[in-house]
Design a protein around this ligand. Structure first.
Ligand SMILES: C[S@@+](CC[C@H](N)C(=O)[O-])C[C@H]1O[C@@H](n2cnc3c(N)ncnc32)[C@H](O)[C@@H]1O
Length: 271
């Protein structure tokens, strides 16, 4: 399904007397998208401070755990199942001014290496898309959370503009689980798992727009063009698996920009 207008544009209209340059200028103006760091404002609004332990689940190299330790003075434990993430991340932790507040642990959301009721916030940024059993994952998050405390989830979901074949290929190329792209399935698992939705922020394409404007993300559109034109050479140079991941990641970002995917931040309360 694509966005459809009922009446076709005529050639006379398209090339008629209207100001193309003014329209381009309008589109070159920023809409002031919120940057990815706004997720820390959400965390801040929950009153996290130096007495709290934050679990950054699927924390990769611990960069967000470090950012939260720096901003809130909290202790942060970053848990990730990929040993290479932990060894790369340990260098960042060792070199960081607030690294003493951060610990990296090997583990997964299905079996979180933490005691019951030992954390005051679970932070799950862009990682639930890899998880097969969401109910099990939420159960573990509830187990480690102090009662009545919160879980902040940033996740990307499919919109009706994403075709099923696009979804299947995207998930295959990014180690994703197709069902995790469904808002309905996410929200029903939230309520079946003993969480309630405290707040929801639908960001749409804001974070990717902001990173493109700031020049902090690669030019994914250009990358896809090159990945397609130089497919054989690039596969030979980087290997097929890496080629597919680079292609999948670039498409992921483009789909977010063109509305086939949308980002959301949920704050969930453990009831
Ligand atoms: C897209 S990265 C996001 C990393 C980080 N949270 C961020 O926002 O930059 C997804 C992360 O989830 C981790 N991951 C995948 N499956 C997981 C699981 N079952 N439990 C915990 N983490 C998982 C991956 O190792 C990876 O570091």
């Amino acid at each position: 399904m694509t966005e459809a207008w009922s009446k076709p544009i005529t050639v006379e209209e398209m090339y008629g007397d209207w100001d193309y340059d003014a329209a381009v200028e309008m589109l070159d103006r920023s809409l002031s998208p919120r940057p990815g760091t706004m997720i820390f404002d959400v965390v801040g609004s929950l009153g996290i401070d130096h007495r709290d332990v934050v679990l950054d689940i699927g924390g990769r190299e611990g960069q967000h755990a470090l950012a939260m330790a720096e901003r809130f003075g909290c202790h942060a434990v970053s848990v990730d199942p990929v040993p290479a993430n932990l060894s790369r991340g340990q260098h960042f932790v060792d070199d960081h001014e607030h690294g003493r507040l951060v610990e990296l642990r090997l583990g997964s959301i299905e079996k979180i290496p933490m005691e019951d009721a030992s954390v005051q916030l679970v932070f799950a940024r862009d990682m639930l898309g890899h998880v097969g059993d969401l109910g099990l994952a939420f159960g573990e998050c509830r187990r480690v959370l102090s009662p009545g405390r919160f879980m902040v989830v940033f996740e990307v979901f499919a919109t009706p503009l994403l075709y099923p074949e696009e979804e299947a290929q995207l998930c295959a190329d990014t180690a994703g689980v197709s069902e995790r792209l469904s808002v309905e399935m996410f929200e029903s698992t939230v309520s079946a798992s003993g969480f309630s939705v405290e707040s929801l922020e639908v960001l749409g394409s804001e974070f990717v727009e902001a990173s493109q404007e700031a020049g902090t993300a690669p030019n994914h559109l250009l990358h896809v063009s090159r990945l397609r034109r130089a497919k054989d050479n690039l596969i030979e140079a980087m290997g097929e698996m890496q080629y597919r991941v680079m292609y999948g990641n670039a498409l992921w970002s483009i789909y977010r920009m063109i509305g086939k995917l949308e980002s959301r931040i949920y704050v969930l309360r453990s009831d």
